[in-house]
Design a protein around this ligand. Structure first.
Ligand SMILES: [Zn+2]
Length: 118
């Protein structure tokens, strides 16, 4: 995912109202809290990163407008705006990756030897 190179406020007030406040502290979101991760248009909807100016928690949300109204699906995240773009380019985590980490955590000597390599 290539993020927009410069910050720009999300100007579509109808979509911002779809997620009107922070789920943690209930503070209202404004356009300055919302950054665009991906323009999707009316078919896919827009992908937004919204950071609360009060408690600094964040939500990633897909917001879609149609003739039936505005809908949104949000996911609480600890990723900041730039991290979302970076991790979206990372390869998926496989079952083998999880098993490798599990094995690594069972053996302190192997764990520390692997940490020394990276
Ligand atoms: Zn908040």
């Amino acid at each position: 995912m290539d993020l927009p190179s410069a910050w720009q406020p999300y100007r579509c007030s109808d979509e911002v109202k779809a997620i009107p406040f922070c789920p943690f502290c209930r503070s209202g979101y404004g356009p300055e809290s919302t950054r665009i991760l991906e323009w999707g248009g009316n078919d896919a909807g827009d992908l937004l990163h919204i950071r609360c100016g009060n408690c600094l928690n964040s939500v990633i949300a897909r917001v879609q407008s149609s003739s039936a109204g505005v809908s949104s699906v949000g996911l609480v995240t600890d990723l900041d705006y730039a991290e979302v773009g970076r991790f979206s380019k990372a390869p998926p985590i496989s079952t083998d990756d999880v098993l490798d980490i599990h094995s690594l955590l069972q053996d302190d000597r192997l764990l520390f030897s692997q940490l020394a390599v990276t």
